[in-house]
Design a binder for this molecule. Structure first.
Ligand code: SAM
Ligand code: SF4
Length: 326
């Protein structure tokens, strides 16, 4: 088992397939010219399958594929069908641009949930945020996924003075659709120009929704990153991922593998272990995995505290979100 110094058992692995993307969300991809990782430095489908297999032997039972945009990889279908053979529940986070190409493969791989990113219901704002004109396509694919019966979670990164005025519109969406809208507090990463006053916090989100609806807290489990809420009469629910104002490190069971094969034990960890180079050199991976987990910090990668009000993005040592994998 992969256990850290705080007795947290790690059985959930998030794998980034690529740092490429068909959108350019400003909170994720640095505005300055960003050098994509050359293909030869990314894990191939076979390498990915081998590395994932090592984690599974050490107790991982849940895998999420992310990126960059996982579906821009031309071998995405092959990768997902390979990983579907492992004894794990398999999940995906996507921006939905290419989703309609993969419905059959996703069904075949028995994908659990589709987490789809959508931060605004305005086509104009979508273009400003993602620097691409793909709002209609994204919405069409989200509706298709719902019609086809996939379990959909919508990820909305809330940023003050950008989209907090749309929170109630997203909540209204859960009245007729059985989806989970997840409001995510804006997090700092290299190159994303984060400032603490842009964080629209859990408290603020809940009190805004309470100004219009009577809400009920849904009891969560130890490993939940989200706090869940229900509004009576709504088919769906809403949740808040409060990494900045109320982190959930105590019950953390997550590990990350970047597209270039580096293990990170936290979204904010500075240390990385190069599993891909070890694999290519014929070295055993398990000692590296166990050594890496033994360095996991108690909270937030050891980089900042719950009071984020004085935090400066430049003081963090980390990659950009697009090269970690969200
Ligand atoms: N391309 C896919 C997508 O957008 O869903 C998968 C990768 S993306 C990096 C994964 C998730 O990270 C998305 O839900 C995105 O909104 C979230 N994310 C990216 N940058 C973030 C930030 N600075 N703060 C909070 N969430 C962020
Ligand atoms: Fe691409 Fe997803 Fe990052 Fe947006 S959040 S740039 S869609 S990887």
């Amino acid at each position: 088992m992969i256990v850290d110094r705080y007795n947290r058992v790690h059985d959930y692995l998030r794998i980034s397939l690529t740092d490429r993307c068909n959108l350019r969300c400003f909170y994720c991809m640095p505005e300055e010219s960003y050098d994509f990782t050359p293909m030869k430095h990314l894990m191939s489908a076979t390498e990915l399958e081998i590395i994932a297999g090592h984690f599974v032997r050490l107790g991982v039972n849940k895998i999420r594929l992310t990126g960059g945009e996982p579906m821009v990889r031309s071998d995405f279908g092959d990768i997902i069908l390979r990983l579907a053979k492992l004894p794990v529940s398999l999940h995906i986070t996507t921006n939905a641009i290419l989703l309609d190409r993969y419905f059959d493969v996703l069904r075949k791989a028995r994908i659990g949930t589709l987490n789809i990113s959508l931060d605004t219901l305005s086509a104009e704002k979508f273009k400003r945020l993602t620097r691409r004109d793909k709002f209609d396509l994204t919405m069409r694919n989200i509706h298709m996924a719902l019609q086809q019966g996939f379990q959909v979670k919508i990820n909305m990164v809330v940023m003050r003075d950008f989209n907090e005025d749309e929170i109630l519109d997203f909540v209204a969406w859960t009245k007729e659709e059985s989806l989970d809208v997840r409001f995510i507090e804006f997090m700092p990463f290299e190159g994303n120009k984060w400032t603490s006053n842009q964080v629209f916090s859990l408290k603020e989100i809940v009190s805004l929704v309470e100004s219009k609806h009577k809400i009920q807290v849904i009891e969560g489990s130890l490993h939940d990153t989200a706090k869940h809420y229900k509004i009576s009469g709504h088919k769906g629910r809403f949740s808040v991922i409060s990494t900045m104002s109320a982190p959930f490190c105590e019950g953390c069971n997550r590990l990350r593998l970047t597209a270039d094969g580096k293990m990170k034990n936290c979204l904010f960890s500075k240390n990385e272990s190069d599993l891909l180079s070890a694999l290519r050199d014929g070295l055993p991976l398990e000692p590296l995995i166990l050594q890496n987990i033994s360095t996991k910090a108690e909270k937030l990668g050891g980089q900042f505290s719950v009071d984020f009000s004085k935090l400066k993005q430049e003081s963090l040592k980390n990659r950009s979100m697009i090269s970690i994998g969200g």
